[in-house]
Design a protein. Structure first.
Length: 415
């Protein structure tokens, strides 16, 4: 089974998504978790590109289902339609009036070339909310200008690099490190897409009119990494870093991160690690002094205190003293974390290729007081390629068995 739809604050909202990889699929998965009915349109035989990601598992027919697809498509229905075929385009446009939202995240201009642009879709359904997520934006600015990068392909790493955060976080003597936190570029774009969808739906309640929601991944990253431009504008440079303690320190069983940005926090740290005299030490009276003497004074003392403590013991003591600290956890530790269990933040999807351990997918981080958030029911999974093609085309467009057989024979829909 797939996760049930129709319950939650977005019950009744219907989304037709021509999507791939993660930047949009994460957004529509979140909409599905909040009750929306999401119909995912994929190539009828190849599926969307996320299915080809690695590592992968095999579906019941032995086809690969990649990690990117597995973590972004719970609660959806899959319809296999070849949008490059004239009949496939016609099917898509025939489906449009049945939905509230059309969403796509192909390279800018792709939907125009397919004859499925916002203008063409809105002609069929003036109330449609049309969402476009791309690397650098589809719509022109109010002045009529497009991004100079509009035609470039973009993955999360590309826009992350262009946001400046790789250079901002680069340590002396090291090259920039790509993808330091996974798909920040994808998920941030997805979250802004959801905000845009909800705002456009609310505005439609007032005006009765739809509109285009245009989300550029680079715009999303500039918002998420605002520290880069904001700090630069305020005079922060590599030779004049932000004046705070923010680093990792070795405990007996790994590392903990500690952040101290206020003088009272520093005084509490000094007392906790047995160096109350730091509060009066002229070298450490300013935040600049903390940075200058992190490695010759503060780190040796703090790591000496940490050496006899585990990460769990150290973070408990630091937190009790009002000092922000956390364990640098391994993947198995995250999976076993009590917080993760209490908050239902992992969904276990059984594999279909004989491997006993399930696929783990992040749960829903949006908790609503009037919407229960129990663990996903047993059997929850992503849709197999084209699994719901016949049912959706029958229910939505009234196609019969002969129609479906003809379309299959022509390669327009999933065999």
């Amino acid at each position: 089974m797939i996760a049930p739809v129709g319950a939650g604050p977005l019950a009744g909202v219907r989304v037709l998504a021509a999507e791939q990889m993660q930047a949009l699929p994460f957004a529509t998965q979140l909409l599905a978790r909040l009750g929306a009915d999401v119909v995912k349109v994929e190539h009828p035989t190849q599926g969307e590109s996320g299915r080809g990601a690695h590592p992968a598992m095999a579906d019941p027919e032995g086809r690969p289902v990649g990690a990117t697809f597995l973590r972004n498509n719970l609660g959806k229905r899959s319809v296999g339609i070849d949008l490059k075929a004239p009949e496939g385009r016609a099917l898509f446009l025939d489906l449009v009036p049945r939905f509230d939202v059309v969403a796509e995240n192909f390279k800018a201009g792709t939907m125009d070339r397919l004859g499925l642009s916002y203008a063409e879709v809105a002609e069929r359904h003036p109330g449609i909310v049309y969402v476009s997520v791309s690397g650098f934006g589809n719509a022109p600015s109010p002045e009529g200008a497009h991004s100079p990068y509009r035609e470039w392909p973009a993955y999360a790493s590309v826009v992350e690099a262009m946001s400046g955060v790789y250079e901002w976080a680069r340590r002396p003597g090291e090259p920039p490190r790509p993808n330091p936190v996974g798909a920040l570029g994808d998920i941030s774009s997805a979250l802004f897409a959801v905000i845009g969808i909800l705002a456009a739906l609310r505005e439609r309640e007032r005006s009765g009119e739809g509109q285009l929601v245009d989300v550029a991944m680079l715009d999303s990253l500039l918002a998420m990494t605002d520290v880069v431009t904001n700090m630069w504008a305020l005079g922060v440079r590599p030779d004049n870093p932000v004046q705070l303690i923010l680093d990792t320190f070795a405990a007996s069983d790994g590392y903990v991160v500690v952040q101290i940005a206020r003088e009272p926090q520093f005084v509490r740290l000094a007392e906790l690690v047995g160096h109350p005299a730091w509060a009066e030490d002229p070298r450490l009276r300013t935040r600049a002094g903390w940075v200058d003497h992190l490695d010759d004074i503060i780190r040796p003392a703090l790591e000496g205190w940490l050496a006899s403590r585990t990460r769990a013991e150290a973070t408990a003591d630091l937190s009790a003293a009002g000092i922000a600290a956390g364990s640098c956890s391994t993947a198995p530790e995250v999976i076993a974390d009590e917080h993760v269990a209490v908050r239902h933040m992992l969904v276990a999807m059984e594999r279909t290729d004989g491997v006993p351990d399930p696929v783990l997918v992040p749960g829903n981080p949006v908790k609503l007081s009037r919407l229960a958030d129990p663990p996903q029911p047993p059997g929850t999974r992503v849709p197999w390629l084209g699994e719901h093609t016949a049912r959706v085309l029958r229910d939505e467009l009234g196609l019969d068995d002969d129609d479906l057989a003809r379309l299959r024979g022509a390669g327009v829909i999933t065999p």
